[in-house]
Design a protein around this ligand. Structure first.
Ligand SMILES: O=C(O)CCC(=O)C(=O)O
Length: 297
């Protein structure tokens, strides 16, 4: 299967910044009509969540697709995660397959790319969900490290509605342990988190922007303290010749799909090592981070 070659959307200066900082903002990455549709679909999911008392729906590995936070109710919905939205929305699927961040990613990894996973992370106004500091690569090790996470901002993100916080340049540092006392916690140690927090910058921007994130970059995020929602469509892509070494935490029928270029039937292995992750048994890794002992398995 082949896909059209990409055009160059990043300047040399942007590409250099991505390589040195480990992240990059791309403005106007989501065309307004598509942004409207993605938001409309998410609003419908939020409305639907009012009729459920806990996590609901099902992904292909039998875990709930829609995750709600503790305290969720009909009157105060706390829908915090939709796993693999590409399986239940044509709009999310079409956008995952065709977007400017994919073009940008070919400038980082080359012309041949695969889709790995996707999710919507939502922080509705006044909800407490926060993300402990972590790196993405330990959740989904591959034969090489050419994995990128793209965050599409579906709402305006500012310092008070739970923006992503990243440590510039941390992708050039170590891969940190996400196992503590024999349990995969999905987070770095408190010591590393404290170090990271002191060096973090926030990833703010207007709705329709995107952030490219190196999968080694240390990041986390705080609760939404504002009266405005903060919704992100998060997608991972990797080099076509990178092959997964552990089960996908967000499996879908689209995992491994060629989204740019072609299949080469070649695997590229680089020398690196890491402890394998543990997949959450619950709806999402929010629960795994909050209660690692019962959330993973
Ligand atoms: O939703 C967020 O603020 C952070 C997302 C993230 O880091 C993740 O889901 O791995």
């Amino acid at each position: 299967m082949t896909n059209a070659p990409a055009s160059e959307v990043l300047s040399t200066e942007q590409l250099d910044r991505y390589h040195s900082d480990g992240y990059l903002l791309i403005e106007d990455a989501v065309p307004p009509d598509i942004l409207g549709r993605l938001r409309e679909v998410f609003d419908r999911w939020t409305e639907e969540s009012r009729t459920h008392e806990g996590p609901y729906g099902e992904t292909i590995d039998g875990r709930p697709r829609f995750d709600v936070e503790p305290g969720h109710s009909a009157g105060h919905p706390g829908l915090r995660r939709v796993a693999s939205p590409t399986e239940v929305s044509e709009d999310y699927l079409a956008f995952m397959r065709h977007n400017i961040a994919l073009d940008a990613t070919t400038q980082v990894f080359g012309q041949n790319l695969r889709f790995r996973e996707s999710k919507v992370n939502s922080k509705l106004p006044g909800t407490a969900t926060h993300l402990k500091y972590h790196q993405d690569l330990p959740f989904g090790p591959l034969t090489n490290q050419d994995l990128i996470t793209v965050l599409f901002l579906l709402d305006d993100v500012s310092d008070d509605n739970g923006p992503l916080e990243v440590v510039p340049g941390s992708h050039l540092g170590p891969l940190y342990d996400h196992w503590h006392d024999g349990v995969f916690t999905g987070a770095v140690s408190e010591e590393v988190a404290g170090w990271a927090k002191a060096r973090s910058v926030t990833c703010v921007g207007l709705a329709g922007s995107a952030y490219l994130l190196n999968a080694r970059l240390l990041h986390g995020s705080g609760p939404n303290l504002s009266t405005r929602p903060r919704t992100l469509f998060i997608v991972q892509y990797h080099a076509e010749d990178a092959y997964p070494l552990a089960p996908n935490h967000l499996p879908s029928i689209h995992d491994g799909e060629i989204v740019r270029g072609r299949s080469t039937n070649r695997v590229r292995c680089t020398e690196w090592s890491i402890d394998l992750p543990q997949k959450p048994t619950m709806a999402s890794f929010f629960a795994q981070q909050a209660d690692p002992a019962t959330g993973a398995g």
